[in-house]
Design a protein around this ligand. Structure first.
Ligand SMILES: Cc1ncc(COP(=O)(O)O)c(C=O)c1O
Length: 411
């Protein structure tokens, strides 16, 4: 029996995002830079404004009314995150600044304790710099070796080779769920399974995946899952580290200071319980409030409808982009989502970005913080249009028309 896919009311969704209603260079804004950061709905803006207008105080410390309200809102944000990714407990949800900080936390606190000289860390060829550099730094500190699982020319992980790269010395596997440069969706459940079979700890970077598809950390079984709030329609400056409770419990703290301690004397300090052990100092309270609001908004729409809409947009856009003379798509893995990275013969991606910007269209150009992906594919940069739930086929038409103009202008 076929189940029907709920249809997205894109008009209503767009109405919730004030920034989308503006003109840029005299044209309606076409925002196609969502993989870098998404626009924010009223629900998020209002939640943050209301927090500052009514409830602002420091958390976990005061007995006064405002402090209790701020604490309730902050911890409410954590519970929303827990439910959103189906974690077993809020003890497993650590708030950080962003995905980058989440990964650095694991590299420092877990990595320094577990990775020794001669050990190996395995990443993939399509990682964002934030899932490369902290591991490089860890390997340098510990004398360990960084290994890289290869991908095909289409941007697909070579899963036949993946298990062969795991050795008894592989302590950690860090892999992206959805590539920001290519759109590839990796078989992360399989990666977790083969990693665990060989005794490795597994971290999944869900920064791109978490706003395009449902995340279920309980089903996935990874030891760590990280993502960043600002791509998920939430504010900047808030990120999430999910860690399995037993794994987080055994880890030493990352940063020291207020809130992360149980007791302090000049001789020694003891650590607070999870997750506070990893949240030193005054946290980003408005960030947790805003991220919670963003997740409730996304949940109210539902990933069935979001995923179906974004898939339809990708299917609409792909042949139309390929119709532009001399345009080549970068990242054509069979399983991909919401990202159209491309190059055009004889035209630098920066020129493409600048020309389409004059038509009100925001795309990104460059290496997308994934220089090794560019090196692997033998290109310096791409232009990238990245889709979100509020984008429309009319916006794709505007992009395609602008790209035909680019071709006409640049020859
Ligand atoms: C796949 C991926 N991982 C990690 C990050 C890092 O996110 P942040 O800069 O918010 O830490 C990004 C951001 O573009 C990303 O796309």
């Amino acid at each position: 029996m076929q189940t029907s896919i709920p249809v997205l009311d894109v008009t209503a969704i767009r109405a919730a995002f004030p920034a989308l209603a503006q003109q840029v260079h005299g044209r309606p804004l076409v925002y196609l830079d969502n993989a870098a950061t998404s626009q924010k709905p009223r629900q998020v803006i209002d939640a943050i404004r209301s927090y500052y207008e009514r409830d602002n105080a420091n958390v976990h410390r005061g007995v006064h009314e405002l402090s209790e309200r701020a604490t309730t809102l902050y911890e409410g944000g954590r519970e929303t995150v827990r439910a959103f990714i189906n974690a077993a407990s809020t003890r497993e949800i650590v708030f950080t600044r962003n995905a980058t900080e989440s990964i650095n936390l694991v590299a420092r606190a877990w990595g320094d304790a577990h990775v020794r000289a001669g050990d190996e860390v395995l990443i993939t060829a399509m990682e964002h710099h934030s899932n490369i550099v902290p591991w490089q730094m860890l390997c340098e500190r510990q004398g360990a070796v960084l290994r890289v699982a290869p991908m095909s020319d289409a941007g697909e992980l070579l899963m036949d080779e993946f298990p062969r790269l795991i050795t008894p010395r592989t302590k950690l596997i860090a892999a992206v769920q959805m590539s920001n440069a290519l759109g590839t969706i990796n078989p992360v459940a399989e990666i977790v399974e083969v990693g665990h079979r060989e005794g490795a700890t597994v971290l999944i970077d869900g920064s791109q995946a978490a706003y395009h598809m449902p995340v279920d950390v309980a089903a996935l079984g990874a030891d760590f899952y990280v993502f960043t709030g600002h791509k998920l329609y939430g504010p900047t400056g808030i990120g999430v580290l999910y860690g399995r409770e037993s794994v987080l419990d055994a880890m030493p703290p990352f940063l020291g200071g207020g809130d992360m301690i149980a007791s302090v004397t000049f001789e020694r300090s003891t650590w607070n319980e999870l997750p506070y052990k990893f949240e030193a100092g005054t946290p980003n309270i408005e960030g947790a409030v805003g991220l919670g609001a963003a997740m409730r908004y996304v949940t109210s729409i539902g990933f069935d409808a979001i995923t179906a809409h974004e898939r339809a947009l990708l299917e609409y856009a792909t042949p139309r982009l390929l119709d532009v003379p001399g345009l080549r798509l970068i990242g054509t893995a069979p399983r991909k989502a919401s990202i159209l990275s491309f190059v055009m013969d004889g035209i630098h991606p920066h020129d493409i970005g600048t020309i389409v910007d004059r038509r009100g269209i925001a795309i990104r150009t460059g290496h997308h913080c994934a220089q090794p992906v560019m090196d692997r594919l033998g290109i310096p940069a791409t232009a990238r249009a990245s889709l979100a739930m509020y984008n429309t086929t009319e916006e794709i038409d505007a992009l395609v028309a602008a790209l035909h103009d680019v071709r006409a202008l640049m020859g």
